[in-house]
Write a protein that binds this ligand. Structure first.
Ligand code: SF4
Length: 83
């Protein structure tokens, strides 16, 4: 059984990461498309999002924070370290 706190292997290394509670609602990639992407692998029963790029500007960071706040699955995490 997979650990729901385990992060997806596709996450770009850095402080933000998405864990396996993600339900693939794509809200985060709509809010911060530079930083979050959908896994579109057609073999999956349902999709999930992952961090495709860590934020590089204050504006991107704010959008990542906003996505974290609205994620319905509490799946976006920030380990508090700098990138
Ligand atoms: S907002 Fe949360 S649940 Fe929705 S796709 Fe992003 S990480 Fe997954």
């Amino acid at each position: 059984m997979s650990d729901q706190n385990e992060s997806f292997a596709e996450n770009a290394p850095g402080k933000y990461y998405i864990v396996k509670t993600c339900i693939g609602c794509i809200l985060c990639s709509e809010i911060a498309p530079e930083n979050f992407s959908e896994n579109t692998d057609e073999e999956l029963a349902f999709g999930y999002n992952y961090v495709r790029k860590q934020p590089e500007t204050r504006a991107e960071e704010q959008l990542c924070e906003e996505a974290m706040d609205v994620c319905p699955a509490d799946a976006i995490r920030n380990n508090g370290k700098s990138n």
